[in-house]
Design a protein. Structure first.
Length: 292
């Protein structure tokens, strides 16, 4: 057991004043709400960072984060520490069924009008808030499957997040075996490789599937997302819950600028757009379409 003397435990405690300063910074930088109930979570996440840096108190860390010459560099690590990155392969799996059975056929011009007019592929999907990559790789598997039955279908996926740590993990595409247990057997055979370069018990996404996904850092609080593509589908799941209503409305409207008319937006099952002024209509549980 680690013995912590009184003075040490006091310097490691997050005072209300310090919490307020960190919380204001998190909300203005990332849009993430930080009510007082998050104080102990924030404290424990920051203490890991203190330990790593060899800094003795949270007050000292605050100076390091806001005023030291390393401040800008440290903010990248701070963002990694304070974002919640929980995700899974095939999370809220009804959405992938909906994508396959409804959205893709509906957006396919040849299937829809049967006239064989020029295709508008590649199909473009934006995974906005992609965390460690499980979500965009699930999407890539589902779109590849669609391509097996729909000749000529091509796709690409833009996957963005604000945390550089999760993006590095996502780009590598290496996961523990237990993380991929939910991936259907037939998909595992096609899209996952036993990793030779890493310890036993890990798999890697195949290079072909990885080549379909482009990762980029993007903060939803930015005024201009500087994304030039127009997308058929945007997934923005389990991110809105961290934002207040005005921020949700601003973010959804900015995402909609890059969603084609008639394109689909998926949000998390526990998220709602009710009361937001956005150019979308509800078509299924947590699925919306941009008005044409
Ligand atoms: C809980 S995860 C959800 C991941 C995935 N969409 C899913 O549903 O499984 C939320 C992600 O949103 C990212 N995030 C939070 N605030 C953000 C912001 N302001 N800009 C961009 N990404 C943000 C976090 O870094 C995190 O990876």
């Amino acid at each position: 057991m680690i013995q912590v003397d009184n003075a040490t435990s006091q310097s490691l405690a997050l005072s209300e004043r310090s919490f307020t300063k960190f919380a204001q910074f998190i909300t203005s930088e990332l849009g993430i709400k930080m009510p007082a109930g998050k104080m102990s979570m924030l404290q424990s996440r920051l203490l890991r960072r203190l330990k790593h840096l060899g800094i003795a108190s949270l007050e000292e860390y605050q100076e390091y984060l806001f005023t030291s010459p390393c401040a800008e560099q440290e903010r990248v690590h701070f963002i990694d520490a304070v974002t919640t990155n929980k995700t899974d392969f095939f999370r809220e799996s009804e959405h992938f069924t909906y994508l396959m059975r409804h959205a893709l056929p509906e957006l396919d011009p040849d299937i829809r009008n049967g006239r064989g007019e020029p295709r508008r592929w590649p199909f473009k999907l934006w995974c906005a808030g992609c965390s460690t990559g499980e979500e965009p790789y699930t999407q890539a598997m589902v779109l590849s499957e669609f391509g097996e039955v729909r000749r000529g279908f091509e796709f690409k996926i833009l996957a963005t997040d604000v945390s550089t740590r999760v993006l590095e993990h996502a780009e590598l595409g290496i996961y523990d075996e237990d993380r991929v247990a939910v991936v259907p057997d037939s998909y595992r055979k096609k899209y996952l490789l036993k990793s030779k370069s890493t310890d036993h018990g890990q798999v890697r996404i195949t290079p072909e599937l990885r080549s379909k996904v482009y990762f980029n850092r993007l903060n939803f609080m930015d005024e201009d997302y500087k994304v030039r593509d127009m997308f058929d589908v945007v997934f923005h799941r389990n991110v809105l819950i961290y934002f207040d209503k005005p921020t949700q409305e601003a973010v959804i409207n900015k995402l909609c600028k890059n969603l084609k008319p008639g394109g689909y937006l998926f949000v998390g099952h526990s998220e709602s757009l009710s009361g937001l002024k956005v150019p979308l209509v509800s078509v299924s549980t947590a699925v919306f379409r941009k008005v044409k």
